[in-house]
Design a protein around this ligand. Structure first.
Ligand SMILES: N[C@@H](CCC(=O)N[C@@H](CS)C(=O)NCC(=O)O)C(=O)O
Length: 212
């Protein structure tokens, strides 16, 4: 029997969740190997051999090791059977890649770090909100949601009729940002994003990866 793919990381991590969503949507049995990236003294030395930048997730499939979520998810999509998570058509594939890049570069720093971490995560740990950081992130978060909404138009998923990696990237970021009290004000002009979230949040892969 072939070894199951292994994903190293923590279940609270946005990027680990993206990779897990991808594995689950493809129907791939796998192992999540727990890794505390914020442990005192930093990540274990043997983990740095898997990921020299000390981030999560890292991934192993038989003899093949990989890090960076964009490479991991595209590999999973291309190397395994199951529903295709990247469009074949070049225009749609480009749109999917564009939305992934927007998620990496604008949604993650602003929706997750600028809004969720400042408003929910830090206060829950007794750390005060950095108001400058929070107020600087708000217009960027607004701009990011407007751009994503405009690119999705009236499709059910970010890139048309099929669920793609673009949806799996955005979902864990939205899940965190939508816990904040700013969510209503930020998302109220974007009915398509609200409808998308209802669709996305009800998928079994989201329930299976939700923090308890
Ligand atoms: N470019 C990386 C980003 C991964 C990443 O930032 N992961 C976060 C957790 S969601 C992390 O490892 N943070 C630890 C740190 O910043 O030291 C990828 O796409 O995999």
């Amino acid at each position: 029997m072939k070894a199951q793919p292994r994903l190293f990381g923590a279940d609270h991590s946005v990027y680990v969740r993206i990779a897990r969503l991808c594995l689950i949507e493809k129907g791939i049995e796998h192992q999540l190997v727990p890794l505390d990236i914020f442990a005192d003294g930093g990540p274990p030395a043997d983990y740095l051999a898997k990921h020299p930048f000390g981030r999560i997730p890292a991934f192993e499939h038989e003899e093949f090791s990989l890090y960076e979520t964009s490479a991991i998810t595209r590999y999973i999509d291309e190397a395994f059977d199951g529903p295709q998570l990247q469009p074949v058509d070049p225009v749609r594939r480009a749109r999917c890649n564009q939305l992934i890049s927007i998620a990496d570069n604008y949604a993650y720093p602003n929706l997750v770090w600028g809004v969720y971490v400042e408003r929910i995560s830090k206060p829950s740990r007794g750390v005060p909100t950095d108001e400058d950081k929070f107020f600087a992130a708000l217009p960027k978060a607004r701009n990011c949601l407007a751009a994503m909404s405009q690119l999705m138009r009236d499709a059910p998923w970010f890139v048309g009729e099929q669920l793609t990696l673009a949806d799996l990237y955005a979902a864990p970021m939205f899940d965190y940002f939508l816990m904040t009290s700013e969510r209503a004000e930020l998302i109220r002009h974007h009915a398509n994003l609200q409808e998308w979230w209802a669709r996305m949040a009800s998928r079994p892969s989201m329930a299976a990866t939700k923090l308890s």
